[in-house]
Design a protein around this ligand. Structure first.
Ligand SMILES: [Zn+2]
Length: 214
């Protein structure tokens, strides 16, 4: 089973992908992770990627796709989950061509959907303790004292990424980037499933498993 998993920031895509990978023995492909690993390991493509990163440039699709291909080859016959990748139509086409060469294909595309307002609450409500790492949410998992850690009484902080305006912008970017790719998969006859991600982690996972285990 080879999957592509999409979901907006805050939808729990990372968690769902990891749980699924573990449960079904799938290889999780997150381009950020494989890029970091290749650079650290100093592989040929890792060295190539590093040149662009050091120059402050985007790593070209040819290098990214090469890295993805290596991971899929290493995974052998176990399936994979592409996590938030491809990000552009050009990458989606590149992936299709690459998989065709490898006599593989995408079996399903899973899109986690969560209403924007819920995502804004999940992300912009997040506060963490810089001292002990405890995490809170001011909307539904409040600390007992406002902006203070229950465990160690330190002042809680909000990540710059989680500020309301930034969250709204991140969600817009996701939508602009992802909608055309989902359209692309639908037009090319892929098996696209939309799952309500605004529920407990277990319920969402159970719906994903129904698709994977058909
Ligand atoms: Zn604390």
């Amino acid at each position: 089973m080879n999957l592509v998993l999409f979901g907006p920031p805050g939808a729990g895509k990372g968690t769902q992908g990891s749980v699924l990978a573990e449960k079904r023995g799938l290889t999780k492909i997150s381009t950020g992770d494989i890029l970091r690993d290749a650079v650290r390991a100093g592989t040929t493509l890792g060295i190539e990627a590093r040149k662009f990163m050091d120059a402050g440039e985007l790593v070209p699709d040819s290098v990214i796709l090469g890295l993805v291909r290596e991971v899929i080859e290493d995974a052998g016959n176990t399936g994979f989950i592409m996590d938030g990748f491809p990000r552009t139509i050009a990458q989606a086409e590149g992936v299709d061509k690459m998989l065709h060469d490898m006599r593989k294909s995408i079996d399903a595309v899973i899109v986690l959907e969560v209403p924007n307002e819920a995502l804004v609450q999940r992300l912009s409500g997040r506060r963490s303790c810089p001292n002990c790492g405890a995490v809170y949410n001011v909307y539904y998992d409040k600390p007992k004292q406002e902006e203070k850690c229950d465990r160690c009484n330190s002042e809680l902080v909000q990540r710059a990424d989680d500020k309301r305006d930034t969250v709204v912008r991140r969600l817009d970017v996701y939508k602009e980037q992802t909608s055309p790719i989902i359209d692309y998969y639908q037009k090319h006859g892929a098996d696209v499933h939309f799952i309500n991600g605004d529920r407990d982690i277990e319920d969402v996972q159970s719906d994903i498993l129904k698709i994977v285990d058909r």
